[in-house]
Design a protein around this ligand. Structure first.
Ligand code: AHR
Length: 516
């Protein structure tokens, strides 16, 4: 048995919970769009061909904002190909994923899907092969009311589709994707990208001054240009943009589960490094506004081929329209890691104001679907859904004293990882907590300084199911092997001053209490 004492204080807050922290991502990649959210002819398809079963799961997941259409895909994409009568839309090669793009699904289809799913659209523009002119045309097409070439074309196309002719009102825009990466179509130096982002941003805001813009940051922390990229880009574009992006994917290497379970330590450090760089540019440039972070791609992704159904050796497979790509099958361990990554995002909610788990369906996703078949929740669905539902009000700064677990990559780390929110209006505290220990249960005392717990409203845990092990996953044959089950071992102690929580080895739990 290991032990931890977590102290919270209602007055020690980090920030309001950013609603956009619970974002997702739909890329034209593999089966995320085609046979994921969109499959005309499927028994569950609605009048526009959207899968109602996937839509229901997306709503249950609680994603608030959804990035589209890529990803690497966007850097070779012409948005005009995906609007207008379907029969006139060109079939194109998608070089990023060695795929045939039919363009049967495009901007209107996505905006309407997001409207039905009750999610905000976060639109990425192509700054790989394209530039300022296409960017401003797209903003005009999407957001200008009427009476101009592009806005009237939107109205005409919407009318033909039977959807609203009103402006899409897209507020959030990504100025390209991963342009620091040599793999990216239209890869650029920081100087080249910084100037282009600045000019595109300027032109886009001249069309619609109310939009918010995300500049591309480093594709990951290991990029040789990490740090200098952000510095150079923001030195050019600080005044024109509102956010800088971060991307990070994690996986278990060589069976080193302890280090994998501690990846939130890496995420914490990565975020703090980017914040330091951003603020250095702010100080040197004598800027008064603050640039925040859009962590617009994060997740567990087995890029090195562990526990993965399909890897993108696409060239060998030939040209296909919606091949299976990176349909990672997530385990109990992965779900615990995803929970802790979300704790890290919450802990930095004063600066990380947007975050998007990549991706929504099939492609490294919390939701899986089969063509003509069912849709189901992967293990990682659960921590996302509960945090999106129960993290409300203010994020609290926690003091954690915990037994240590040794990891190869991060040295000694707390065996327990947590985040918490306090909703003064609802009179509730939510605590999200993971036991990273692989072998021992953890006994956690939560000290609710300044508050008195009066009732346990929710207590659930994701753990290794009976007869399973840490690799157990949900799949087509066994769609509900791993889920949340009631957490029995939680009690109010010391007249409401503390909570006692026993966590099984390798588990993630949520407890919500009513407080006075
Ligand atoms: O999410 C999958 C891919 O990962 C995205 O297309 C790209 O931006 C990132 O490298």
């Amino acid at each position: 048995m290991t032990h931890a004492r977590i102290t919270l204080d209602r007055d020690f807050t980090i920030a309001d919970v950013p609603t956009r922290l619970f974002g997702s991502f739909v890329e034209h990649m593999g089966r995320c769009v085609y046979t994921g959210i969109y499959e005309p002819g499927h028994p569950e398809a609605d009048d526009q061909g959207y899968r109602k079963d996937v839509m229901a799961l997306a709503k249950e997941l609680g994603a608030t904002v959804v990035r589209y259409p890529g990803g690497n895909f966007v850097s070779g994409y012409n948005w005009e190909d995906g609007v207008g009568p379907r029969e006139d839309r060109p079939v194109r090669i998608d070089g990023a994923w060695h795929t045939i793009e039919t363009n049967a699904f495009g901007l209107h289809e996505f905006v309407e899907w997001a409207r039905r799913a009750d999610m905000e659209v976060m639109e990425a523009i192509n700054l790989g092969t394209r530039g300022v002119d296409e960017a401003r045309a797209l903003v005009e097409y999407a957001n200008h009311p009427s009476g101009t070439y592009w806005s009237d074309l939107r109205r005409k196309n919407a009318a033909a589709m039977g959807t609203s002719e009103e402006p899409f009102g897209i507020k959030l825009w990504c100025l390209g994707n991963e342009l620091d990466g040599p793999w990216q179509i239209g890869h650029k130096t920081a100087e080249e990208y910084g100037r282009l982002a600045q000019e595109a941003a300027k032109a886009m805001k001249l069309v619609d001054p109310d939009i918010e813009l995300v500049a591309v940051g480093s594709s990951n922390r290991r990029m040789p240009t990490f740090g200098s990229w952000e510095h150079t880009v923001l030195t050019h574009a600080y005044e024109e943009v509102d956010y800088i992006s971060m991307h990070a994917y994690y996986q278990e290497h060589d069976g080193d589960a302890a280090s994998f379970l501690a990846e939130a330590v890496d995420m914490d450090g990565f975020i703090e490094g980017v914040v330091a760089t951003v603020d250095a540019v702010k100080a040197a440039g004598k800027h008064s506004k603050q640039i925040d972070i859009s962590f617009d791609e994060w997740n567990v992704w087995y890029q090195e081929g562990l526990d993965t159904e399909d890897q993108p050796d696409q060239v060998a497979k030939g040209w296909k329209t919606h091949p299976r790509l990176i349909e990672d099958r997530y385990s109990v361990t992965d779900a615990v890691v995803v929970g802790t990554l979300m704790h890290s995002l919450l802990r930095h909610g004063d600066r990380v104001r947007i975050a998007n788990q990549a991706q929504l369906v099939n492609v490294i996703a919390p939701i899986r679907s089969e063509e003509g078949g069912p849709a189901w929740r992967q293990t990682i669905f659960w921590p996302f859904a509960r945090i999106a539902e129960l993290a409300t009000g203010e994020i609290l700064r926690l003091a954690v004293q915990a037994d240590q677990v040794h990891t190869e990559r991060y040295g000694n780390v707390d065996v327990v990882d947590a985040a918490s929110t306090y909703d003064a209006e609802a009179g509730t505290v939510s605590i999200f907590v993971a036991n990273r220990g692989l072998d021992e249960d953890a006994e956690v005392t939560l000290d609710l300084r300044g508050l008195t717990a009066t009732e346990i409203l929710r207590a659930e845990v994701l753990r290794i199911p009976d007869g399973g092990d840490r690799h157990t996953a949900n799949d087509l044959q066994s769609q509900e092997a791993v889920g949340l089950v009631p957490l029995e071992s939680v009690s109010i102690a010391e007249g409401g001053a503390t909570l006692q929580i026993s966590l099984p080895a390798l588990s993630w739990a949520v407890v919500q209490v009513k407080v006075a």
